[in-house]
Design a protein around this ligand. Sequence first.
Ligand code: NI
Length: 136
Amino acid sequence: MKMKVCRRAHFNAAHRLYRKDWTNEKNKEIFGKCSNPNYHGHNYDLIVGIIGEIDPETGFVIDLKIVKDLIKEEIEGAFDHKNLNEEVEEFKSLNPTVENIAVVIWNKLRAKIELQYDIEITLYETPRNFVIYNGN
Ligand code: NI
């Protein structure tokens, strides 16, 4: 029997969506307000789901304290109050859409969480717009 346990977290970050090989007009047409050359911020809400078996000894799937600390070190430490385009290595050559941010978060956590667990990332860019990524 597998179960998903979840930890919710939060970070604020600035970004600009654009492609260098497109004109400003085309960037504005495709990315709208998110292409503002002077950047803008979002309040990102993150839910990290860890899927695994319940350990019969502890009754835990995973100790959520471990997940909490990993999110703090790997994600909040790297993204919170940052300009994603300018200050986060992964986005120097990758458009910081909510989709791509979710993939980067998944990759960072995948490198730190034991392989017996599956990982699901839910990332809200606005209260109404969110993505879900599980590595597939
Ligand atoms: Ni935006």
